[in-house]
Design a protein around this ligand. Structure first.
Ligand SMILES: Cc1ncc(C[n+]2csc(CCOP(=O)(O)OP(=O)(O)O)c2C)c(N)n1
Ligand code: SF4
Ligand SMILES: [Mg+2]
Length: 223
C-alpha cells in the first residue's frame, strides 16, 4: 500500500481508481510511458501516489495541459485525473473542445457529486434535491451527464464510459480500453462514481449504499 495513502480521507474512492490505473498500466507494461496530470481538487492528493511521472495543474486545466504534453511527447501515454467540478464546470469548455478535436488523451473523471476538496458544495453532478452546504434545502438543479453530452461531439474511435469504484472488474476493463484508444490515436473519457464519505457524511455501509444509489441516476456502461 503506498505510504501516502493517508492523504486521502478514510474510505475515499480516489485510491481505488488510482490503484486500478496502476495495475492496468503494469499489466500492459507501459508505466514508464505514462504521465499522470492532476487537476485541483482531491485529485491533487495523488501527488507521488503512483510510481509514474505526475504533475499538477490548475483547477479545470488538466485536459489542455495533458493535450499539450501529448503533442510535445507523442510517445507518452497521457492521463488526466479530474473531479466532476473540474471536468464539468470550470474545465468544461476545454474538455468539449478536446473531445471534438479527438485529442489522443485519456480523461478519468471522479464523480463524487460534490466539490469534495472545498467542503462538499454543489457540483454539476449533484443530484436533484441533494443537500449540500450550498444547497441546504436541496439542489434545485438536475445533474449533468458528462459522457452522454460528449457522445454527440466525439469522433469515431473515441471511447466514453461510466463505471464505479466498487465495480473493479469493469473499472479495469474500461481503463484498459481507454489506454488502447489513446494508443490508436483517439480521445477517451471514463467517469468513475466514487466514494466521498467526508462530504456525504456517511459511515460504513451507508457509503456503499449511497454509491449504489447513484448508479440508478448515472447509468454504468460504455456509451
Ligand atoms: C480557479 C479556481 N477556482 C476555484 C478553486 C477552488 N477549488 C479548489 S478544489 C475545488 C473543487 C473541486 O471539486 P471537484 O473538481 O469535483 O474535485 P473533488 O475535490 O470533488 O475531487 C474548488 C472550487 C481553485 N482552486 N481554482
Ligand atoms: S473529501 Fe471526499 S474525495 Fe476528498 S479525499 Fe476526502 S473522501 Fe476523498
Ligand atoms: Mg467532485
Amino acid at each position: 500500500m503506498p505510504e501516502n495513502l493517508a492523504k486521502f480521507c478514510p474510505g475515499c474512492g480516489y485510491p481505488i481508481t488510482l490503484l486500478m490505473l496502476n495495475k492496468t498500466l503494469e499489466k500492459l507494461g507501459i508505466q514508464k510511458q505514462a504521465v499522470l496530470g492532476l487537476d485541483i481538487g482531491c485529485a491533487l492528493l495523488a501527488w507521488n501516489f503512483l510510481p509514474i511521472n505526475t504533475f499538477q495543474t490548475h483547477h479545470g486545466r488538466v485536459v489542455p495541459t495533458m493535450m499539450g504534453f501529448k503533442r510535445a511527447r507523442k510517445n507518452s501515454l497521457c492521463v488526466a485525473l479530474v473531479g466532476d467540478g473540474g471536468a464539468y464546470a470550470i474545465g468544461l469548455q476545454s474538455l468539449i473542445h478536446a473531445a471534438k478535436r479527438d485529442e489522443p488523451i485519456m480523461v478519468i473523471v471522479t464523480n463524487n457529486t460534490v466539490y469534495g476538496m472545498t467542503g462538499g458544495q454543489t457540483a454539476p453532478t449533484t443530484l436533484n434535491m441533494q443537500i449540500t452546504p450550498t444547497s441546504p434545502q436541496g439542489n434545485i438543479e438536475e445533474p449533468f451527464f458528462g459522457p452522454e453530452l460528449l457522445k454527440g461531439i466525439v469522433k469515431e474511435g473515441a471511447f466514453l464510459a461510466r463505471t464505479a469504484v466498487n465495480e473493479p472488474k469493469q473499472l479495469m476493463e474500461y481503463l484498459e480500453k481507454a489506454i488502447q484508444t489513446q494508443e490508436v490515436g483517439h480521445f477517451s473519457l471514463v467517469e468513475v462514481l466514487s466514494f466521498c464519505p467526508t462530504n456525504w457524511k456517511t459511515v460504513g455501509t451507508q457509503t456503499i449504499d449511497k454509491l449504489n444509489g447513484l448508479k440508478n441516476v448515472f447509468k454504468l456502461g460504455e456509451l
